[in-house]
Design a binder for this molecule. Sequence first.
Ligand code: UT7
Length: 325
Amino acid sequence: MTLYSRITGTGSYLPPRRVSNDELAQELAGRGVETSNEWIVERTGIHARHFAAEGVTSSDLALEACRHALEAAGRSAAEVDLIIVATSTPDMVFPSSAAILQHKLGIAGCPAFDVQAVCSGFVYALTVADAMVRTGSAKCALVVGAEVFSRILDFNDRTTCVLFGDGAGAVVLEASDTPGILASDLHADGAHVGILCVPGHVSGGEVLGTPLLHMDGQAVFKLAVRVLEEAARATLAKAGKTEADIDWLIPHQANIRIMQGTAKKLKLAPEKLVVTVHEHGNTSAASIPLALDAAVRGGQVRTGDTVMLEGVGGGFTWGAVLLNL
Ligand code: UT7
C-alpha cells in the first residue's frame, strides 16, 4: 500500500524579457513615477524581474515549467493523472488554467483544477495533491504555480509595481513507499482581505472596481513575519522534527528582509535560505516552485534533503510544507 507522496521532478520557466531595476525606474520616470535601483534593492533585495510578452498567459508559462518537470521526473504527459495549478492571474474567468494547461499538454480525462490562495497557492496546491496521492486518487500529479502578475500591476503605484514579476514553477508528485511530503500546515484569515487584494470583478459585461493590485505593504510585512515562523514551527511539530532537521528553507520570495527574518527566528544559518527574489521579484504562487527548481538545478538542494516550503499572501493566507526531496 502506498502511504506517501514524493516529488520526483522539478521544472520552471521565466519569460525571456528580464527587466532590471534601472530599466524599470527609467520606464516609470516616463510616467512621472519616481523610484530607484537603490531603494528597491535596499527595501526588498530585488534586482530584476521577468515580464511576459503581450498575449502570453499563465498556462503558457506553466506548460514550459511542466515540460521541464516531467523531463526531470522521467515521465511523459500521458502518465499524469492530476493537474493542480495555483494562480491568481488565470487565463480566463473560467475555465481553469489547469484545464487549459491539460489540453496544451496534449492529454485529457484526468482531473484538473486551479487553487486560489494567492502567494500561498503553491503550498495549498501541494497539500491538496499530497492528500489525493496518499488516498489513492492520483499516482502522478503535476502541481504548478504560474503567474502573469505584470497584468494586474498599477504602474502608477511605485509602492507595488516594482515588487512583482511573471513566471512558473512545477513539480511532479508521485505515489511512493518512502516519505516525501512529511507534514503541512495551512491557514487563512479573511479579516485581512483589504491589505492585499485586486478588488475588481466582472458584472454585466463590465469590470467593476479596480482590477489592479492594492497592498498595504507594512501591514503585510508585519503579518508575514509572524505567521511564517508559526507555520514553520507547527509543521515541524506535526512531522516530529525540529529546526535542526531543516536542510533548506524556501519561503515565498517577496522580500529578502522577511525571508532573512524568518530564517533567523528559526535559528537557521543564512546559507540554508534559498534566495531567488533578487532575480525573479515576487512571482506570487510561482515563487516557491521557481526557487525550488533553481536550487535543485543549481546543485544546492539534493535528493534526500529536508526542505521547508513556506507561503504567505492575500486572503490573508499562509502555510508550510515540510518534505524530503
Ligand atoms: O506577496 C505577498 C507578500 N507581500 C509582501 O510580503 C510584501 C510585504 N511588504 C514589503 O515588502 C514592504 O513593506 C515594502 C517593500 C512593500 C515597502 O517597504 P517599507 O520598508 O515598508 O517601506 P514603506 O512602505 O515604509 O515606505 C518608505 C518610503 C515611503 O516614503 P516616505 O513616506 O517615508 O517619504 C514611500 O513613499 O519609501 C517610499 N517608497 C518608495 N520610494 C522609492 C515606496 N515605494 C517606493 C519606491 N521607490 N518604489
